[in-house]
Design a protein around this ligand. Structure first.
Ligand SMILES: [Ca+2]
Length: 508
């Protein structure tokens, strides 16, 4: 039934084919290329896409964001050749929801992938609400960007972590990719590890025993080489730098030298040689990919994205941001992000407009000259206007909704037991508001808002570290109530579970 729905849906996809249509699309996007360039380029091929997606990489885990200990010279070069987005967000504070939102272009309430595994993490005696049941896989009825781009003639590959369901039913192939290398339902390489022998789909063990990240880098380069004459989409979704923390011995040795240890200066919590080695291997791949694109003359016609799926774990640190993976403070959701497109995106530029994972789907379609399929809801907004130098998008706010529990709190979480309890979040301009549902639903809601501790409000311009909750300061009651009203209106508009009927009291 779901497959039928999808076929019907794709039949309605309106694809803008041919030279003139794409030329028109590029022109309407206002990109700075001449008509002659359009004729030449589009006559041969549409832009290719390379989406380099790192798992659990924190906001500061790269050189261009300020780390000295972690060396990322190829990623840093990519940043210098493109635009860095300083306020780029993952849709989730952990893996699966971010990926489901990226693939569908929709916020979590529409597809139901709200967390990883159970939404009822931790001890029942510590949970005041019954969380909303989580969908651990992405249903086949959802139309992914891979499916839409396939209809438009793109060849696509998913390489690395999938985490959206098992191969053969809900894997990358079933969700629209032409090639799947190493992707299955796993959220981490726990089944095979990073070191050889590798036990993943479509990874025949080579004689030289390459490590997983190195192998994915090589597969990525091979895919580009093989598809040099097709419009292609490479979704390089590394398992790295997720746990288990494993790296090659030569890299661990390099990051253990006295010279490297001396680099633990500006960010002293960047100090783990194995983790640094994992980042180093990811960086090697960025260099290999860019070298291959240049070698094939494809670097001008390929849009390269660099992004991560949630904040770093406890092995690293996002300072000055608060929190880490699993929390909805900035350290759990803000990501390093680059877009490079030679001749179109001005090198060495920075954009501080908030952008979020659901924005990629409409961005891909605009750049490929493909219309949004009829009936397809896209919650994000194309960032092409920002790529060409604009400073704002049409929307006013972005949202997160997490009616679930994640255990494993620490000194940076709201309280020590859970990384997060059920919460809904909005970022609008410099403001960030968080609505915690235990206190909101059980302790009085609006009637006791000044004292029930349900709301946190931060001014991210003045307080990027989210140390000063303004929600209980009378000077901010008005803006708090206005923002909260907007957040609740969004919840209602998208059908997000947000009442005591949706999340009953647990009765403890
Ligand atoms: Ca992750």
């Amino acid at each position: 039934m779901t497959e039928m729905k999808r076929r019907d849906f794709l039949r309605n996809c309106a694809v803008l084919g041919g030279i003139s249509a794409l030329g028109q699309s590029v022109l309407s996007a206002g990109l700075s290329i001449s008509n002659d360039a359009i004729d030449v380029r589009v006559g041969k091929k549409r832009p290719n896409f390379v989406f380099i997606f790192i798992d659990d990489m924190g906001w500061k885990d790269v050189g261009f964001m300020g780390s000295k200990y972690y060396e990322t010279r190829h990623i840093d070069r990519l940043a210098s050749e493109g635009m860095v987005f300083t306020d780029a967000y993952a849709n989730g504070a952990n893996c699966a929801p971010t990926r489901a939102c990226l693939l569908t272009g929709q916020y979590s309430p529409r597809h139901g992938v709200i967390t990883v595994n159970s939404s009822a993490r931790g001890s029942a005696s510590n949970r005041r609400l019954v969380p909303v049941t989580n969908d651990t896989t992405l249903d086949a009825s959802h139309v992914t960007f891979a499916e839409v781009l396939k209809e438009a003639g793109y060849v696509s590959a998913s390489m690395g972590k999938w985490h959206m369901g098992p191969t053969g039913s809900l894997g990358p192939i079933e969700q629209g990719f032409d090639v799947n290398i190493a992707g299955r339902e796993w959220g981490s390489p726990s089944g095979g590890g990073y070191s050889p022998p590798l036990n993943y789909p479509n990874l025949v063990e080579p004689a030289d025993g390459m490590w997983l990240t190195d192998r994915l880098n090589q597969e990525a380069v091979n895919f580009i080489e093989d598809n040099r004459n097709n419009p292609f989409f490479l979704y390089l979704t590394h398992y790295a730098v997720h746990t288990p923390n494993q790296a090659r011995d030569d890299l661990k040795a390099y990051y253990s030298t006295a010279e490297k240890i001396a680099d633990r200066t500006t960010l002293p919590d960047h100090d783990n040689p194995t983790y640094a080695g994992m980042i180093h291997s990811v960086d090697d791949g960025v260099g290999m990919i860019m070298d291959k694109l240049r070698e094939l003359g494809l670097d001008e016609n390929t849009v390269v994205f660099f992004f991560s799926d949630n904040g770093g774990g406890s092995v690293t640190d996002m300072y000055p941001l608060r929190g880490r993976k699993g929390m909805f403070f900035e350290g759990g959701i803000r990501e390093p992000m680059i877009v490079r497109w030679q001749g179109h995106v001005k090198p060495g530029t920075t954009c501080s407009e908030p952008v979020i994972g659901i924005d990629f789907f409409p961005t891909f379609l605009e750049l490929a000259g493909v219309k949004v399929p009829d009936g397809k809801i896209l919650d994000g907004e194309s960032i092409v206007p920002l790529m060409k130098g604009g400073t704002s998008l049409n929307r006013e706010a972005i949202f997160w909704h997490f009616p679930a529990y994640l255990d494993g709190g620490d000194s940076e979480s709201r309280e020590p037991i859970f990384r997060t309890r059920p919460v809904s979040v909005m970022r609008k301009g410099k403001w960030k508001i968080m609505q915690f549902f235990e206190e909101w639903l059980l302790d009085g809601g609006w009637s006791t808002i000044n004292t029930n501790n349900a709301i946190e409000l931060f001014d991210l311009e003045a307080d990027i570290g989210e140390q000063n909750n303004l929600a209980t300061n009378p000077a901010y009651y008005s803006i708090r109530d206005s923002l909260l009203t907007e957040l609740i209106a969004w919840q209602n508009s998208i059908g997000a579970p947000n009442t005591i009927t949706d999340m009953p009291a647990s009765g403890y």
